[in-house]
Design a protein around this ligand. Structure first.
Ligand SMILES: [Zn+2]
Length: 266
């Protein structure tokens, strides 16, 4: 009963945060401040009222169109809201809120808040890279510093593995750029690598890289076979790496242990 009540609260919270992330993603591109200014329709510039800003429901009731100019609203808006709600719910399952009261209160609360913030960062980078083929500096650089600082209180990743991971993954991508003369990756991926390594630590980072490269290759080949993309056009790697990072953030240790267990059985 309590769990389902908390779940509903988390979903509503996630939808609201997702709605905010859409604003961040939009304003990062047009270089506007996130803090001030009312939301408006990107087509007709009409200021949006509260009823237009209800996550998910405004989109559904207005059938995906702007109330004022009737132009289609991007599917990005409800999808980012849904993804944020879902991932937040997964984070809350991983770190039950009840533990905030059971274990050493504030430290656990900081841990939970940290995981939510990093999840939000990953969603922004995922969407932005998919949309613009760019990793936003203004998000990934502060997030890297935050991730390094977070390792001081994070019992799952110590500061040294975080530092090594950051240099390792960032350096690995820089090496790929050097070897492929900039065809395989961009400097945005290097910055994303610094962040991912700092967040996961070097051990779990390896798993994230593996998942990202394998899933990226599968989707890439699939798109070529479906003739959606040619060999030359790129699928943004950051989108795969952010998904892999989220998976590893929550279940990295378990996946590694499961894999090691499989090896021992074999
Ligand atoms: Zn409009």
């Amino acid at each position: 009963m309590l769990l389902s009540f908390v779940s509903i609260f988390v979903v509503i919270f996630g939808l609201l945060v997702g709605s905010f992330l859409n604003v961040v993603i939009y304003r990062l591109k047009v270089k506007k401040t996130v803090v001030r200014g009312r939301s408006f329709c990107p087509h007709c510039q009409h200021t949006l009222r509260l009823i237009d800003l209800i996550p998910l429901f405004s989109f559904i009731f207005q059938k995906g169109r702007c109330r004022y100019c009737n132009k289609k609203i991007s599917w990005q808006y409800p999808l980012v809201e849904l993804v944020t709600a879902t991932t937040f719910l997964l984070v809350f399952f991983k770190f039950p809120i009840a533990n905030v009261y059971l274990s050493e209160g504030s430290e656990y609360g900081t841990l939970l808040a940290g995981y939510l913030v990093f999840t939000a960062v990953l969603i922004i980078i995922f969407t932005y890279d998919l949309k613009h083929y760019l990793i936003p500096d203004r998000i990934v650089l502060p997030a890297t510093i935050l991730a390094l600082a977070f390792s001081w209180i994070n019992p799952n990743v110590d500061w040294l593995p975080a530092l090594i991971g950051s240099v390792m993954v960032g350096g690995f991508f820089a090496l790929i750029i050097f070897l492929t003369k900039g065809k395989g990756m961009g400097w945005g991926d290097v910055k994303l690598g610094l962040f991912v390594g700092a967040l996961l630590g070097w051990q779990v980072s390896l798993l994230a890289l593996l998942i990202a490269f394998v899933s990226g290759s599968i989707v890439g080949v699939g798109l070529i076979l479906a003739k959606k993309k040619g060999w030359k056009s790129q699928v943004p790697f950051g989108t795969f790496l952010t998904v892999a990072t989220f998976i590893c953030l929550l279940w990295g240790e378990e996946i590694v242990q499961w894999y090691v267990g499989m090896l021992e059985l074999g």
